[in-house]
Design a protein around this ligand. Sequence first.
Ligand code: NDP
Length: 306
Amino acid sequence: MEKVVIVGTGPAGLTAAIYAARADFNPVVIEGMQPGGQLTTTTDIENYPGFVDGIDGFTLMQTMKDQAVRFNTKFIMDEVVSTDFSGRPLKLTLGGGDVIEAETVIIATGASAIYLDMESVRELTGRGVSACATCDGAFYRDVPVAVVGGGDTAAEEALFLARMSSKVYMIHRRDKLRASQIMADRVLANEKIEVVWDSVIDEVLDVDKNEVTGLRLKNVKTGEISELAVTGLFMGIGHHPNTDAFAGQVELDEQGFIVASNTKTNVAGVFAAGDVQDHTYKQAITAAGTGCMAALEAIGYLESLD
Ligand code: NDP
């Protein structure tokens, strides 16, 4: 049986691993379907302390992983598909069928991009609809694209795409950006980015051609319908927590986030860290901080058993 099993490899999971490993608990980390988590799909991170000139997300996560490996963390390339926390040991079933038994579990599965709930979006995902400009932006060199949303994610996607695409339309349903001031200022100052205010996407065109040729937009104030020619559409409308494998096993709130108090869930020995339990801050540094807290709580719990 494992002492500490950590689910997820974003800043929360890897920080938890570094702390548990340095305390000689030989943690096992289940990598998940997106090793490194959301930061691997972002560009420069300018607000993680310690990097004067910023650092790219992939490098930051690889460095954290190397640090965890250095202290004897074991990584398993699989995902947790279900859990049973009803008794002891705690049980986690992996996609490959293996069942891992654990004394403590730290859930750090993060959150995933939300896609607009539209048939045309589902049909064209991977064919012009994406949620990751750093992954797919290079396909849209010198062509017009659109980003939906008005928060920091949308701003970051738009700024990245503006480096290569001929024009970036930012479709926002209100008349004010939600993004932080510094990001909003950069968007509004960028000559390639045009914010389409007070507008929602009515349809992505063209499912029949199996590629994105444009968007049908609706102005929410005037009701006016218009069309915009773009060949790519990027989601920037937020994220939902990755808690499917834990439903019914730990307490979740109405939005699916794990309910945790100082990383402690309602199940003894099960802790949660990072975006999977965070409605508010959702920053790499806060994820790392709660990863540290979860590991310290898990260590305290294991010591209390002895
Ligand atoms: P947010 O919830 O902050 O923003 C989501 C945006 O999408 C809002 O503008 C919202 O509109 C819009 N939206 C939501 N649902 C829909 C819909 N169905 N149709 C159209 N528009 C929709 O999410 P983010 O992912 O942008 O940011 C989450 C957190 O992560 C924030 O705390 C942010 O600061 C942080 N973050 C920080 C970054 C950085 O520091 N560089 C980078 C990325 C994220 P409305 O405004 O009307 O609600």
